[in-house]
Ligand binder design. Structure first.
Ligand code: SAH
Ligand code: SF4
Length: 353
């Protein structure tokens, strides 16, 4: 009989599993704590469970992390893992440290179907969706590396945030992503608060609000263009869900709570989307539609064979100034881990080109 991976079961599923082994439901609570609060890597370490139950768990479930195939640390301390799951499929996970905190960037799919022209992952096709357990366990591997078990309190943790900005489009794998985000943010376990989790999407419009309602995490949208002609040339999904449809979804999201902000990610591509005219178009678009937003200007990270160039520094600066002046906070994202191809859009599971 094939054993079930235990990482990735929801609280209710874990309860059912424990009951099906002939145990009292409250044992699930202890199990949850061992798995996600203490972060142990074997059932045998769960010392307050009876030997008999530990044996039954060993007989029916597997408790394992993905295999670390390679691990690289960049000059700027960005840490990248190439991870391999039981079937041999691989993804990359990245930890981006700041002085007193840091974000773990997790992947949701092996490859991506969306085919954005600037993205290394997008040049790779989709192999498969990751399971909830595979999404959660990427963060657990990162925590293992930094010995952050049991789950530390907010003030002391290095791994303080999660960004769903690795390989894949999360809203193309929504069931597993919802389940994973709810495990990662559960206060009795890994306990990364929902406000510290940001999910980035290329704009699968009908899924945006349902997934945010079911997870409570923050929203980032990969906008990357100020008009449909440019966006469609960069991101094929724009032919299905154009900018107007994205804006409508944003309005719906913000109408429920006046404090909700949206982050727009905007890749700066030389001569393509980085003119003053483009900045003005963006400002008009958001003002006209009363969207409360922050921009994140992303310097383009080139990869072999991509065919785009990063914008010139002075153009990025001018663009940011215009948005700032119009009332939109506009930090320029500092590229991290470029020397180990760990920066945005550089992740790829096959290292053969
Ligand atoms: N699929 C989701 C999340 C993963 S991509 C999305 O598209 O939003 C995470 C971010 O990296 C996106 O904003 C994406 O547009 C950006 N990105 C992709 N390729 C890039 C590159 N070559 N340089 C810099 N950022 C890139
Ligand atoms: Fe997929 Fe996001 Fe890359 Fe586009 S940018 S190809 S949606 S991972």
């Amino acid at each position: 009989m094939q054993k079930t991976p235990i990482i990735g079961l929801s609280k209710d599923e874990l309860k059912e599993a424990v009951v099906s082994l002939g145990e009292k439901p409250f044992r699930a609570k202890q199990l949850w704590q061992w798995l996600y609060f203490k972060g142990v890597c074997s059932f045998d370490e769960m010392t307050d469970l009876s030997k008999d139950l530990r044996q039954k768990l060993n007989d029916n479930f597997v408790l394992e992390r993905p295999k670390i195939v390679t691990e690289q640390i960049s000059k700027d301390k960005t840490h990248k893992w190439l991870l391999e799951f039981a079937d041999g499929e691989r993804v990359e996970t990245v930890y981006i440290p700041e002085s007193d905190r840091g974000a773990v960037c997790i992947s949701t799919q092996v490859g991506c179907l969306m085919g954005c022209k600037f993205c290394h992952t997008g040049s790779q096709k989709l192999t498969r969706n990751l399971t909830a357990g595979e999404i959660v366990s990427q963060f657990m591997v990162a925590r293992d590396s930094y010995h952050e078990w049991p789950s530390p309190t907010d003030q002391t943790r290095f791994l303080s945030n999660i960004v769903v900005m690795g390989m894949g489009e999360p809203l193309q794998n929504k069931e597993n992503v919802i389940k994973a985000l709810n495990i990662l943010s559960d206060g009795d376990g890994i306990a990364i608060s929902r406000r510290r989790i940001t999910m980035s999407t290329c704009g699968i419009v009908p899924e945006i609000n349902p997934v945010l309602e079911q997870t409570g995490v923050r929203l980032a949208i990969s906008l990357h263009a100020s008009n449909d002609a440019t966006r469609s040339s960069l991101m094929p999904i724009n032919k299905v869900y154009n900018i107007a449809k994205i804006i409508k979804a944003c309005q719906q999201y913000q109408s429920k709570d006046g404090s909700r902000y949206i982050t727009f990610e905007y890749l700066m591509l030389n001569g393509i989307n980085d003119s003053e005219q483009n900045a003005k178009e963006l400002i008009d678009l958001l003002k006209k539609n009363k969207i409360r937003a922050t921009f994140n200007l992303i310097p383009f990270n080139p990869w072999p064979g991509c065919g785009f160039e990063p914008s010139k520094d002075e153009n990025i600066k001018k663009f940011a100034e215009l948005l700032n002046k119009a009332g939109f906070a506009c930090p320029v994202r500092v590229a991290r881990g470029q020397d180990i191809l760990a920066a945005c859009g550089q992740l790829k599971s096959k290292h053969n080109n």
